[in-house]
Design a protein around this ligand. Structure first.
Ligand code: UT7
Length: 378
């Protein structure tokens, strides 16, 4: 890629989704809505919810270990760990520091990246810069979210959209042809307050007043976000392709941020990508913010949608408003996906010292736990 001293290849991929499932029928019982409305306006059928023992760090660690295994590496081969998230376990220490401990890495630098739903793509671009300049050989880039803990389950305008999960990739230096071909990133602060989480930061520290006003939950101007998303996803994609020296017709598979099927379809229409060339799993996970693109990528590769030599376009947008796109040529063996199967939550170090002694599970969803204990996840 222009500007890189060394080539950067996507060498490993992995994902983790918690097992609790929140369906549209469940939401019908919580707010004034219907399965028909939710599905026709968003394409979402269900989303995953992190269990009481799960956090952004714990899910990120499983996805990260899977990506490292798929790459055929050991945790200590990783030089830098980047976690894109808007729901870190804590403002400090970084979630990436917790992940480093959980995966048993002894030598990487670790830090979080705040770019909301574009967090993974911005993390990829950062990993690219570290490897391309020679500062790192292997970078673990993770997108992970526990959005259920920042969702207002009394707000029908937002609570139907979001879900929890994690996805990760390993980026590695290699002078083989292919790998990353072009990257574009933008931030448009004119849309900064379209999606925001008002309280808990330096501008509005936690207080009785902020709690009463429910300002610790995500707020969103849905239709303004929708329009800006369609515009920026299209322009960012085109600029990344241009930098990569690719035409739209050269793209074999688009992996967009899974926010809303109507946004994805509008992107396809605007750029002339037939839906067969666009990977969609929003129906099963909803919008998992920074986790969305790497979760979709791991599923796409694992389900045989990607082969060596394919040109992929990864594209995201999110609060900020941020947007980022990556054009790359796939060089790894998709069959390596199977190496992730051996790794589960039991393989990451439990973080008792870091986890809250109080139950972090959203009170509005406590019935979901009873249902899963009774053995009916749906
Ligand atoms: O990662 C980025 C995160 N954000 C996004 O991607 C969000 C982008 N925006 C969206 O996905 C859509 O704007 C929504 C799905 C949030 C909403 O869809 P919309 O087509 O923009 O609906 P709307 O907000 O314009 O509302 C249309 C109608 C309104 O009723 P009236 O005023 O026409 O009578 C709403 O009150 O639908 C009503 N409505 C609902 N009805 C049933 C809003 N939410 C619901 C609901 N169930 N949950």
């Amino acid at each position: 890629m222009a500007g890189s001293v060394r080539g950067v290849h996507l060498a490993g991929w992995g994902a983790y989704a918690p097992s609790l499932v929140l369906t549209n029928a469940d939401l019908e019982k919580m707010v004034e809505t219907s399965d028909e409305w939710i599905f026709s306006r968003t394409g979402i059928r269900e989303r995953r919810i992190a269990g009481p023992d799960e956090t952004t760090a714990s899910m990120a660690a499983v996805a990260g270990l899977r990506a490292i295994a798929v790459a055929g590496l050991q945790p200590d081969d990783i030089d830098l760990i980047l976690v894109g998230t808007l729901t870190p376990d804590y403002p400090m220490p970084s979630t990436a520091a917790l992940v480093k401990d959980a995966i048993g890495n002894k030598r990487a630098a670790a830090m979080d990246l705040a770019a909301a739903c574009s967090g993974f793509v911005f993390g990829y671009a950062t990993g690219q810069a570290y490897i391309g300049s020679g500062m790192a050989n292997h970078v673990l880039v993770i997108g992970a979210e526990t959005l259920s803990r920042a969702t207002d389950f009394t707000d029908r305008g937002t609570c139907l959209l979001f879900g929890d999960g994690a996805g990760a990739v390993v980026l590695s230096a290699s002078d083989e042809p292919g790998g990353t071909l072009g990257i574009e990133m933008t931030t448009e602060p004119s849309g900064a307050y379209f999606i925001w989480l008002p309280a808990g930061g330096a501008a509005r520290p936690a207080s009785d007043q902020t709690l009463k006003a429910r300002e610790h939950y995500m707020k969103m101007k849905g239709s303004e976000t929708f329009k800006m998303a369609v515009r920026t996803l299209g322009s960012t994609s085109l600029r990344a392709l241009e930098k990569a020296g690719l035409d739209r017709a050269d793209v074999d598979l688009v992996i967009p941020h899974q926010a809303n099927i109507r946004i994805i379809e509008a992107l396809g229409k605007a750029l002339d990508f037939p839906m067969e060339k666009i990977f969609v799993n929003v129906d099963r996970y909803g919008n998992t913010s920074a986790a969305s693109v790497p979760l979709a990528l791991a599923e796409a590769v694992g389900s045989g949608r990607v082969k060596k030599g394919d040109r992929l376009l990864l594209v995201a947008f999110g609060a900020g408003l941020t947007s980022g796109a990556i054009a790359l040529e796939w060089t790894a063996d998709p069959a390596a996906s199977a190496r992730a199967d051996a790794i589960g939550p039991g393989d990451v170090k439990v973080l008792p010292g870091y986890l809250d002694p109080v139950n972090p599970f959203p009170p509005a969803l406590e019935w979901l736990l009873e249902r899963s204990e009774q053995g009916s996840p749906k």
